[in-house]
Design a protein. Structure first.
Length: 47
Protein backbone atom coordinates (compact mmCIF):
# COMPACT_ATOMS: atom_id res chain seq x y z
CA UNK A 1 0.00 0.00 0.00
CA UNK A 2 2.85 2.35 0.75
CA UNK A 3 4.19 1.92 -2.78
CA UNK A 4 0.77 2.73 -4.26
CA UNK A 5 0.56 5.91 -2.18
CA UNK A 6 3.95 6.94 -3.52
CA UNK A 7 2.74 6.24 -7.07
CA UNK A 8 -0.32 8.43 -6.45
CA UNK A 9 1.89 11.30 -5.25
CA UNK A 10 4.18 10.82 -8.25
CA UNK A 11 1.15 11.03 -10.56
CA UNK A 12 0.25 14.40 -9.03
CA UNK A 13 3.77 15.62 -9.83
CA UNK A 14 3.91 14.11 -13.34
CA UNK A 15 0.50 15.44 -14.39
CA UNK A 16 0.99 18.85 -12.70
CA UNK A 17 -2.39 18.65 -10.98
CA UNK A 18 -1.26 21.40 -8.59
CA UNK A 19 -0.27 23.86 -11.34
CA UNK A 20 -3.56 25.77 -11.22
CA UNK A 21 -3.24 26.37 -7.50
CA UNK A 22 0.39 27.44 -7.85
CA UNK A 23 -0.61 29.85 -10.64
CA UNK A 24 -3.17 31.43 -8.30
CA UNK A 25 -0.37 32.16 -5.83
CA UNK A 26 -0.78 29.39 -3.27
CA UNK A 27 2.62 28.83 -1.69
CA UNK A 28 1.91 25.67 0.31
CA UNK A 29 -0.05 22.93 -1.46
CA UNK A 30 -0.72 19.70 0.39
CA UNK A 31 -0.86 16.64 -1.85
CA UNK A 32 -2.45 13.41 -0.69
CA UNK A 33 -1.68 9.94 -2.02
CA UNK A 34 -4.44 7.54 -0.98
CA UNK A 35 -4.57 3.77 -1.37
CA UNK A 36 -7.47 1.46 -0.52
CA UNK A 37 -7.22 -2.31 -0.26
CA UNK A 38 -10.33 -4.15 0.92
CA UNK A 39 -11.07 -2.61 4.34
CA UNK A 40 -7.65 -0.98 4.75
CA UNK A 41 -6.63 2.52 3.78
CA UNK A 42 -3.30 4.38 3.76
CA UNK A 43 -2.77 8.10 3.23
CA UNK A 44 0.54 9.85 2.56
CA UNK A 45 0.87 13.63 2.59
CA UNK A 46 3.41 15.70 0.68
CA UNK A 47 3.89 19.45 1.02
Amino acid sequence: MENMCRKALQQIENQHYDAGLADEGYMVIKKYGICFCKKSCMVMIQF
